[in-house]
Design a protein. Structure first.
Ligand code: PLP
Length: 370
């Protein structure tokens, strides 16, 4: 199988797998006072440090400006943010992951920020929405890179608008981490969500990065772990895995980006004049190509045909729990029905090869009879 669906999940790094297997052999409860407990605590603190380092919180004095709260997933971290702002006016972009957008449909204090037809958040609309809010407490949530298109959002500009209105800014950086350099201090954001399985860590592990001055109230109660922000005995081996994955990414990011970029260029050149690449005129992740063509079969037929030929890719649209629905991202970008119904997402990793891309191009042409 040639796996080209790394935005859905990517393989666990072999070193991460090894350390995790090793750590599950010890009885590691970080709340215990004995030697094992202290070892667990150390591992957790070490991981926090490695994650901070990956997102460029490196200066000792800055180190205390943010804290890392471990969660079971990116989904949980996103939910944790929103649960802390139930009394605020919340502004989320129309292209957010369902873990942000789902809640948005349930609450009246949430407003949707439009995106333009390039897939970029509409800053004027954001400004307009903020100026109409009379609530002193305001939260903006705009992802750094979109999971379907890979389009990178103008987050610094979002922060500039937010500052005019004293709004807190959260960003879901799940898809960006491990694919581009992310410096959350330079971006100026207050909160960020990460997910381990998108950058070589294990499934079922994530974190919320929060400015230390923000008090984060738990949505899961119990033993008061994670400085009271998230109860539940810590999954020490998974947390060690996230930390190691972060450390490895930090050391390899430049080379990985170069490799992914080469693959992206090869893929898109190979399909030039055959498909439209969504977002090819704006900043995009080096590993994501959402392709669509009026001469292509519909998305599901393509996915099944490609699967039979040994290629794993995803629909352009949200696909959760195996359900396939129309893409809210492409709809928000005002793409035509024809473009939406044939879109497929190819998302690579630095581990893919040129020959795999060439095989994919061949298979894509064959199944679509182009
Ligand atoms: N945010 C984005 C942008 C994602 O792509 C995903 C997963 O696909 C998530 C959040 C959810 O992360 P997790 O799978 O850890 O719940």
């Amino acid at each position: 199988m040639i796996y080209l669906d790394h935005n859905a999940t990517t393989c666990i790094h072999p070193q991460v797998k090894e350390i995790m297997a090793h750590l599950t052999e010890d009885p590691l409860n970080a709340s215990s006072i004995h030697t094992y407990g202290r070892k667990a605590k150390n591992i957790i603190e070490n991981s926090r440090h490695k994650i901070k380092s990956l997102i460029n919180i490196k200066d000792e004095s800055r180190d205390y400006d943010y804290r890392v709260i471990f969660t079971s997933s990116g989904t949980e971290a996103n939910n944790l943010v929103l649960s802390n702002f139930h009394d605020a006016d919340i502004f989320v972009s129309a292209i957010e992951h369902s873990s942000i957008l789902f809640i948005s449909t349930q609450a009246s204090n949430i407003k949707i920020i439009k995106v333009d037809n390039k897939g970029l958040v509409d800053l004027e609309h954001l400004n307009d929405l903020l100026s109409k809010s009379s609530n002193n407490k305001k939260l903006i949530s705009v992802m750094l890179a979109n999971n379907e298109t890979g389009i990178i959002q103008p987050l610094k500009e979002v922060v500039t608008v937010a500052n005019k209105f004293n709004a807190i800014v959260h960003s879901d950086i799940v898809q960006a981490l491990g694919k581009i350099d992310v410096d959350i201090i330079d971006l100026g954001i207050d909160l960020a969500t990460i997910s381990a399985h998108k950058f070589g860590g294990p499934l079922g592990a994530g974190a919320l990065i929060a400015k230390s001055k923000l008090s984060i109230k738990a949505q899961i109660f119990g033993g008061g772990q994670e400085q009271g922000a998230r109860s539940g005995t810590e999954n020490v081996s998974a947390i060690a895995g996230v930390g190691l994955a972060a450390e490895i990414v930090k050391g390899e990011l430049k080379n990985r980006m170069k490799k992914m970029q080469e693959l992206q260029i090869r893929l898109e050149h190979g399909l030039v004049k055959i498909v439209k690449v969504i977002g090819d005129d704006v900043l995009r992740l080096p590993n994501t190509s959402l392709i669509t063509s009026s001469n292509s079969l519909d998305t599901m037929t393509q996915l099944i045909a490609l699967d039979l030929k040994g290629f794993a890719v995803s629909p352009g649209s949200a696909c959760s729990s195996g359900k396939f629905s129309k893409s809210h991202v492409l709809e928000a970008m005002n793409l035509s029905g024809d473009e939406i119904k044939s879109a497929i997402r190819v998302s690579t990793s630095y581990t893919n090869t040129n020959i795999e891309i060439d095989y994919f191009i061949e298979a894509f042409k064959q199944i679509n009879n182009i």
